[in-house]
Design a protein around this ligand. Structure first.
Ligand code: SAH
Ligand code: SF4
Ligand code: F3S
Length: 473
């Protein structure tokens, strides 16, 4: 009898990818996936610490398992990912029935730790990130054995996959916990990345999304002293047969070089889509965040993007209500958003993270109602921009990689010859159209006839049928 695993993932794409690998490694040890904790022998939570809300949700889910574990003490409960790294012992204190705590640098140990837990070991913790002794060999070794493990059933679709090119982050923005949970920044060797891309393409992936916290800062220096940067890596990946689209997130404004922009423009498989968060439109706030650039640097970068990659869609993240943010500083963010006209922006209320420089240096002094109001105000401005920009697509035909039935269609339980399908353009715009399941995984021309702030609505362009087709022979 095979054993059953239930896994729940929150957080960013890094976590989705880590969960894919954990599932792959446990499948090698005879596990199958279960749909519910009650059906599983092992229950894993892959967690996020980026904002307090994400942690609260995980703790309340853990709380709900207390009873299940009391009634079924043989079930193994594990907490992995960023919150495991950040909270460590605190998790055992708050949920003493947890069996394993495993940080993002030690996920390769999960099969062994689960086996030990099944044999009776209690409260095991594996959280080394290799930073303490100044080296990061440990985490590097972990990724060497771990990253090539893949499980196609865990991907967004059978033809889309994530591929890690960079581990960790060294930027230490003062609000952010990620450098503490993911360890030092390291580029993975380009040969490893390219060979993984080949495997993904052979498995039928048409689109890969390269992952890194500051993905465009990617750099790898080999033993013989040769350095590969992001532009060079993209050139290598562009050669992989079978891949149609290559995306990458998240970009860091200061490393958006003209060489990189020119490379993206030149290579047709690289998506002209740049997620490059600005975080704030105020120099004082950027300074307190220690983002390492000014608003004028960001403007210059936008100008270079428009010059070298005019077809690009640019999106951003903003934090509102960071420590000391005045109304005037907030309005500068709104102004910058109006000026840059991002395709979309993720807007977050500042959430103070114990363990960061921001928590140490500054008070979290903007009241929650003010954060909420600023968040809504900014969202309204962004939505108006997205709405206007999407209207420009009316009457145009775009190429869409069809992902599958839309959420609406699934909710309505649509089946049969006509259902609402969803896909994305090369520059990451969401498109819905009436179609069928067989179109999933195809690149189709879609003529846009309607739009909302978030979606383009269109229909498949059918091939032109000339009069010769009707000629009687
Ligand atoms: N490495 C990426 C993203 C990191 S986390 C980058 O540098 O852009 C994703 C987003 O969460 C960030 O861009 C930021 O906008 C937001 N974020 C990070 N820490 C936060 C905090 N303490 N409170 C609120 N939002 C935060
Ligand atoms: Fe966090 Fe800044 Fe690193 Fe992004 S660049 S992960 S925001 S520290
Ligand atoms: Fe969250 Fe960790 Fe990603 S804190 S956003 S899961 S890197």
């Amino acid at each position: 009898m095979s054993k059953r695993l239930y896994i729940e993932t929150v957080g960013c794409q890094m976590n989705l990818l880590d969960s894919e690998m954990v599932v792959a490694s446990l499948r090698h040890h005879g596990y199958e996936l279960a749909d519910r904790p009650s059906q599983a022998d092992t229950i894993l939570f892959n967690t996020c610490s980026v904002r307090q809300h994400a942690e609260d949700k995980t703790y309340s889910q853990l709380g709900r398992l207390r009873q299940l574990k009391r009634e079924n003490p043989e079930k193994i409960i594990g907490v992995m990912g960023c919150m495991a790294q950040k909270d460590q012992q605190i998790i055992f204190d708050r949920a003493p029935y947890v069996d394993l705590i495993v940080g993002p640098g030690q996920l390769h140990q999960i099969p062994e730790l689960v086996a030990k837990a099944a044999a009776g070991a209690s409260r095991q913790m594996a959280v080394s990130l290799g930073r303490r002794d100044g080296t990061s060999d440990d985490i590097k070794r972990s990724h060497e054995t771990f990253d090539p493990l893949r499980d196609p059933t865990m991907r967004p679709t059978p033809f889309q996959a994530y591929l890690r090119i960079q581990i960790g982050c060294d930027k230490f923005c003062t609000y952010c916990i990620v450098p503490m949970t993911r360890g030092p920044e390291q580029g993975r060797p380009p040969e490893q990345i390219v060979s993984e891309a080949r495997v993904l393409a052979e498995q039928g992936c048409l689109e890969i999304t390269l992952l890194g916290q500051t993905v465009n800062s990617y750099r790898y220096t080999s033993a013989d002293g040769q350095t590969t940067n992001m532009a060079a890596l993209l050139r290598q990946l562009h050669e992989v047969d079978g891949l149609q689209r290559i995306k990458f997130v998240t970009n860091y404004p200061k490393d958006m070089t003209t060489e990189l922009l020119r490379t993206i423009h030149e290579l047709p498989k690289i998506s002209p889509y740049l997620h490059v968060p600005v975080q704030s439109g105020s120099d004082e706030v950027l300074q307190r965040m220690q983002r390492g650039y000014t608003v004028s640097d960001y403007r210059d970068m936008m100008a270079r993007i428009r010059e070298h990659l005019p077809e690009a869609a640019v999106s951003s993240d903003f934090i509102v209500g960071f420590s000391g943010e005045t109304e005037a500083e907030f309005q500068q963010s709104v102004e910058l958003l109006r000026e840059c006209r991002f395709k979309n922006s993720f807007i977050f209320k500042y959430s103070v993270r114990p363990g960061t420089r921001g928590a140490e240096l500054y008070d979290d002094d903007v009241p929650d109602e003010v954060k909420k109001r600023r968040n809504n105000e900014m969202l309204a401005v962004q939505n108006a921009i997205s709405e206007e920009d999407n209207e420009l697509f009316l009457g145009r035909t775009v190429e869409v990689l069809v992902e599958g039935p839309s959420k609406n269609s699934l909710k309505r339980g649509e089946e049969g010859p006509l259902m609402q399908m969803v896909g994305r353009t090369h520059c990451d715009r969401i498109v819905v159209f009436e179609g069928n399941q067989r179109q999933a995984g195809q690149l189709l021309p879609i003529a846009i006839y309607d739009s909302t702030p978030f979606t383009l609505i269109g229909s498949v362009v059918t091939q032109h049928v000339g009069p010769e087709m009707f000629a009687i022979s």
